[in-house]
Ligand binder design. Structure first.
Ligand code: URA
Length: 292
């Protein structure tokens, strides 16, 4: 393969890993094909087995891949500055839209605002519809994802594709039904080709997701992946360093974990997500359900 193409593919792989929250890699393992590590079976009483979650990795630390690459490590994920959108952005419109969102007294009002939003010209032009959020309007827990993909753009519901099906399994492994929690994304429109949201898009959507969370008033927010974690907590820290403890957002407890689409490519990381969810259940005073 031509060297330029190889470099491009490598960069794409690194960016996709960083986006999913990975900041460390196993030495000598080709990207995208990280094998399941040596089995040290999941506890038999853990729903991890029925999720189905893989055997936990040999590593005992709370990092999935303890060895940093000797070669340059992938840089921490930073939302790219929108190149073409800058000239499109109209700060006055953005301010007006933010004020309207803040004034929305109900989720239905906010949903209507979102549906009419055209702040991100490219997204407004390419989306089939906006994807607001779904679930219990008075939830204890909300799950906060990145942005709709093709399936979500088509159906109008977040997390309905393959990653969504895995998310549903994770929710059910906690002993909940999907309808008991509320699921929303940072972006309400699908970025073309599922590219990473750019900073301006995140900021255009910020008044929407912030007001949405205020109206939902959950006790707990579970951020899955880099984009929602960094957007909500206003940090550049990677998921690997944010997970394993609780954060605070407007008086609510925030848990950071890996994105389900990362788990689809790296099933061995499910162990870490299950550890995170158990930490959440414990804090909520819920006994993790036993496997059937
Ligand atoms: N990934 C997300 O982050 N959100 C969705 O709605 C679907 C996939």
């Amino acid at each position: 393969m031509d060297e330029l193409v190889t470099r491009k593919l490598l960069l794409q792989s690194l960016e996709s890993l960083a986006r999913a929250g990975v900041d460390q890699l196993q030495r000598g393992v080709p990207l995208g094909v990280l094998p399941a590590p040596a089995a040290t079976a999941a506890r038999p009483d853990s729903p991890a087995a029925s999720m189905p979650l893989p055997s936990p990795p040999a590593a005992t630390a709370d990092r999935p891949m303890p060895t940093r690459l000797a070669a340059p490590t992938p840089p921490p994920f930073e939302p790219r500055l929108a190149v073409p959108a800058t000239s499109d952005l109209e700060p006055v419109m953005a301010k007006k839209s933010a004020a309207k969102s803040a004034a929305c007294a109900s989720l239905d009002d906010l949903k209507a605002e979102v549906a009419g939003c055209k702040l991100c010209k490219e997204l407004a032009r390419t989306r089939k519809q906006t994807v607001f959020g779904i679930g219990n309007p008075q939830p204890r827990v909300v799950i906060f994802g990145e942005a709709p993909g093709a399936d979500e753009d088509r159906t109008g519901e977040p997390f309905v594709g393959r990653a969504g099906q895995l998310l549903t399994k994770i929710i059910e492994a906690c002993g909940w039904k999907r309808e008991e929690v509320y699921i929303l994304n940072v972006l309400k429109c699908r970025p073309p080709d599922n590219r990473t949201p750019v900073e301006e898009e995140i900021e255009n959507c910020r008044p929407f997701f912030e007001r949405q969370i205020e109206l939902l008033a959950p006790e707990y927010i579970v951020c899955v992946g880099t984009v929602p974690s960094q957007a909500l907590l206003r940090t550049k820290e990677p998921v690997g360093r944010l997970r394993g403890r609780f954060h605070e957002y407007n008086g609510r407890s925030v848990l950071v974990t890996y994105h389900p689409s990362y788990l689809l490519r790296n099933p061995s990381a499910k162990k870490f997500v299950w550890d995170d969810m158990q930490m959440l259940l414990k804090k909520m005073g819920i006994e993790p359900p036993k496997s059937k």
